[in-house]
Structures are given as C-alpha cells and as structure tokens.
Design a protein around this ligand. Structure first.
Ligand SMILES: *Cc1c(COP(=O)(O)O)cnc(C)c1O
Length: 392
C-alpha cells in the first residue's frame, strides 16, 4: 500500500536526495503501525492516561447568552502540557519507538512543540534533542527550562537569523547524518510527505470526539467549527471528521498581526515550495520566504499545511483572520465570561467569532476548538498591556 503524496496540486516531497530513503521507510512504518492493533491500543492508553483524553466539549453558557446562539468549546487546553500538540508528540514518539529509533530530534520556535516532545520522550524513555534558534531561546526562557526539566537537550542554533528557520536547517543537517538511529518529529501538518498525513492522523481524534459529543448532547451536527491556523494541525484535527458533512461550515483563522501586511498566509500568500512541500507561503517575487509576524508565537509561521491550501481552493473551508489586538480582546473576553484563560493562538478563533457574530442566528450551533491554554502567555500580556498593570 502507498499513500497519496499530494492534496490536489499541494504537498509533495521536495527534499534533498539524501532524505528520500528515510521518508520511504517512515511512510512504510507509519502504514504498518497505524494499522497494528497493539500500536493503536498503546497510543489510546497514552492519550487517556498521560495526556488526559477525552477532552470535554461543553456549552459555554455565558457566551451563548451574550451572543444569542449556542457556542461550544472543545477543551484541548485541558491536556497535559497545555495544548493539542501532545496528541501528535505521543503518536510520533511511540512510532519512533516501534521503528527502533534511539533518539528523537525536533525543532521549535516558541517552544510549545519542544515541550510536548520532551514530555512524551521522558515518559516513553527515549532521548530528545531540540534545535532552537538562539534568539528564540532568549525569548522563550520558560519553555527552554521546561524542556530541560523533562531531560531534553536544547541545542542553540546561532546561524542566520537565529530563529525557527535556522533551527529547521540545523535539525535537517543532523537528521541526514544520523538517519539510521534518529527520528525527526515534526509538530504540525507541514513538511514533506508523509509528515502532513502523519500529524493529521494523530490529531484526528479531536474531531472524532467532537462529533460523538455534539451528537450525544444536541442530536445534530454544528453549523460551524472555528479553529486557529498556524501550520494547521489543530484545525485539520477538528475539521477532518466533518469534511463530508457539507452543512458544517469549517472556518480557519490565521494571525493578522499588527498591520495589514502581516501574516495571513492563505489570504496574502502565493503558491510556492517551503519546508519540503508545495503550499501557500509568504514570499517575495523571487521566492524568498518573508518573515511572518504575530503576537502569538504558535501562529508566527510563513507557511501553512498543504491540506489547508487544498481545502481553500476547493472552498470546503474558508479562512479568515484576526489581528493581535482582536486576539488579546478575545482572550480577556473569554477570561471574564467563562473563567477560562485561552492561549493567544486559540484567542484568534474566538476573536473571529466575536467579529462575525452577526453571521449567526439563534438556531446556530458553533464549536470553537480551544487549542491551548494561556498560562504561557501571561508574561507577554503583562508587558503588552499596560492597562492590565493598573488592575482589571
Ligand atoms: C502551536 C499551537 C498552535 C498552532 O499550530 P497548528 O499546527 O496550527 O495547530 C495553535 N494553538 C496552540 C495553543 C499552539 O500551541
């Protein structure tokens, strides 16, 4: 059996020849274990016992009252390490173990992916090396320390702009030289085939649970599902189970940044090759990748998973955006109305709902994927927001 390497014209395998054999081995192992009863059972147990699945889906009654239609929250923020990233980290660390790998490597910008992989590696007893730009190490001290507490080695990368894209290059170099023993763990539905499919598979559980839960509570499907999009893993994780339910509107929300030219890969980008696959990407006319910018580090990525480019062109999903300011306002709104502190990333989805509330009526049911919790963002909020300094 072989998997499709593409989503329409998007995706593919744009990689150095030295990586081709490794990607084929990865694909074959993925197909083998994802269909293996023992693997599936063990992963399920990990998700339940270690990560805290299933996560809740419940009616946010204060928001619903305020907006005049039903709003449900899928609580991925309740997971261990604070976000949906642990679903994928556990899946791939387990896959690496089944493949007999001796070491996991990952790259991280904000550090959230690194933390999830470090925790999964500690629990499953496999060493983890995380490549991180020197600048990001400085900016994300808390997450760097968390990774170290979990026993991971954090490798500082001081080439180029000293940020995520340089960490990716360094991780690739290390991977190519240690290809037999080393597993490269990618954190979103990006990168060359088969990574987008692997990460999607390990995040599908979000939508599967959501469908079961909403049918049990409401007896019908929601009218819309809204999720934030960085690389796109939490969004496709919740969308996937509903792709064939044409009456469910699927809405992805990208970071709009501070000014008009910031962010918004799917609305402002053009088709290009980035990190091993073809998708929409922020690039200049020569194909050089532009830096993304967002207040939320998890959405600060100039590319997007090929599945989202495909769904956009098919018009099966629509993609909007929210600015930094709208996201911060939405974060505060959720805190005050529901007593929940969402991640800045997830706050973009809430902001979209608030901006577009007039598009919904009292028969509508909207599900928001709350991809993560905001404890990690509190320091940044204190500095960004002098008004909170003076007390709420
Ligand atoms: C990393 C992150 C995201 C963005 O990643 P996706 O792959 O687009 O889901 C969103 N929310 C949170 C809380 C994150 O940590």
């Amino acid at each position: 059996m072989k998997l499709n390497t593409k989503f329409g014209e998007f995706g593919g395998v744009y990689i150095p020849e030295m990586m081709v054999a490794a990607m084929e081995t990865l694909e074959n192992s993925f197909i083998k274990y994802i269909n293996c009863f023992k693997f599936k059972k063990e992963l399920n147990q990990l998700l339940n016992v270690f990560a805290g699945r299933p996560t809740g889906l419940y009616l946010a009654k204060n928001i619903s009252l305020d907006l005049g239609f039903k709003v449900y929250l899928k609580r991925e923020d309740m997971l261990h390490t604070g976000a949906h990233k642990i679903n994928n980290a556990l899946g791939q660390v387990l896959l690496a173990k089944y493949m007999g790998k001796k070491e996991i490597i990952a790259e991280t910008g904000a550090g959230q992916h690194g933390v999830a992989v470090a925790a999964a590696g500690a629990f499953l007893g496999i060493p983890v090396k995380v490549f991180m730009g020197e600048k990001d190490i400085e900016r994300q001290k808390l997450n760097v320390y968390r990774m170290k507490l979990f026993g991971a080695e954090v490798v500082s990368v001081n080439s180029g702009s000293k940020t995520l894209k340089d960490a990716v290059n360094e991780a690739l170099r290390y991977f190519i030289t240690n290809v037999k023993t080393c597993y490269y763990l990618i954190g979103s539905v990006v990168g060359p085939h088969p990574y987008p499919l692997i990460v999607q598979k390990f995040q599908e559980i979000i939508g599967k649970e959501t469908k079961e839960q909403i049918l049990a509570i409401e007896g019908k499907l929601p009218s819309a599902i809204i999720a934030c999009v960085g690389g796109g893993s939490n969004a496709i994780g919740i969308f996937n189970e509903f792709l064939d339910d044409k009456n469910v509107n699927l809405i992805g929300v990208e970071a709009g940044g501070k000014v008009k030219k910031h962010g918004k890969t799917l609305s402002n980008g053009s088709i290009g090759i980035f990190h091993g696959s073809k998708s929409y990407v922020l690039q200049d006319k020569d194909g050089q990748i532009k830096e993304a910018y967002s207040i939320s580090a998890g959405l600060d990525y100039p590319g997007v998973g090929p599945i989202h480019s495909f769904l956009k062109n098919l018009k099966r999903a629509v993609y909007g955006n929210a600015t930094d300011e709208e996201a911060v306002d939405a974060l505060k709104y959720l805190c005050k109305t529901e007593g929940i502190l969402p991640a800045l990333e997830s706050s973009h989805a809430i902001a979209y709902l608030l901006k577009n509330k007039n598009n919904f009526n009292n028969n509508d049911i909207v599900v928001i994927n709350l991809s993560g919790r905001g404890d990690k963002d509190v320091n940044q909020l204190i500095y960004a927001d002098s008004d909170l300094y003076g007390g709420c």
